[in-house]
Design a protein around this ligand. Sequence first.
Ligand SMILES: [Zn+2]
Length: 274
Amino acid sequence: MGLRLAILPAVFLMLALACSMPGVEGRGPSSNYSEKFPSGERDYYLYVEPLTDKSFPLGTMLDNAMSYWERSDHVKFTKVPDSGDSTITIRWAHELDGPFSAYVVDKRSVTVGLGDSRCGGTWHRYDSRFVTSLLEHEIGHALGHLHSANVSSVMYPDVSDASYAPVDSSYVLDSGNQIVIPTCTFGTASSFHYEVLTSGGNPLNLSFVYDDVASGKLEPNHLKQYSGKGCHAVFTSDLMGTCTGVFSGSGLLITPVQKTSDGQRVQVVMEEVR
Ligand SMILES: [Zn+2]
């Protein structure tokens, strides 16, 4: 199941009709920038709001989205340091209200969510491919593109690769604790691939459980385990596998088989298989 992308439909449709002629894509650059960058109608001046969350790995996501349109739509983007000199602004939201993950207003002001709390009420970061798709789609609207009925188009209103960021965490396991990682997906059910690295020694038990892990409702004495291949194992060295048909909000559970007083280092990498 994809996730719907938002524009503000009534506003956007009115603007689409009003701005269907070339050369009126949003507001033109200021005179300063017109002199610096002799402007054709397909030059866009982009102001990108600095990320408040410095730990968010934006990396090349925005550059990839800009490159996509520069290649396919023959436009040219120039980043500007002041929003007053921009024709398109990109802003970030920790989480958007409502069902949408991104939107654009007036073919000019793009806002992109970086994660949400739909999985068990805990905020989870979006995967980089998903954020890139959101940027491509909303910048497409800012360039004047309407939705496409072609499912492989970036302008298709549902994102097919919507997913949360992979988990990559280290733990120290002893007799008093366990590892619990929620399986968060935009679909009803999905497959999750995992790799578990362990310093070895004590046998560990791995199982995917139906319990409402994302909400913290784990009932150790009444665990309902997924029975499929790859969904459970007892192991003493590094392990990898894939569990399929896992519902959103379920979880991966790793516990020591025997009581041990030694801290055992365990690293878990888990991601949804798309
Ligand atoms: Zn859209």
